[in-house]
Design a protein around this ligand. Sequence first.
Ligand SMILES: [Zn+2]
Length: 122
Amino acid sequence: MTSDVPVFRYFQAPRAQMSGLARRDVTCSFCDVAGEGFTVDERTSKYGCFACLAQGRFGFFHDTEVGLLLGEGQLESFYDHNEPPPAGFSSRALIELYHTPPFVSIGCGSIAAATRRRILVT
Ligand SMILES: [Zn+2]
């Protein structure tokens, strides 16, 4: 396990709840450093490390209470239960969330339920 893992503001859960972690050490496709990392694209054996994720070199899809985050700042209202973003909402939150590890399973719930707080309002 890497000891200098960046802190992700929008991932406040046990590490075991992190999705996309490779099952073995990998070589990061962005910085060529070997160690713990995420599977970015299984078909092309593309991997990414924690530092490159935190630096915005790749990202992950997220299902949130305000819609599906499909890319950096690309928020799509898809489900009936999606709420509009709150007043004063900063689009920078979506960029930071995109570069945050996903949860193992959110199902039909929300990140707020998984983290017990509204992550996009902070
Ligand atoms: Zn890297």
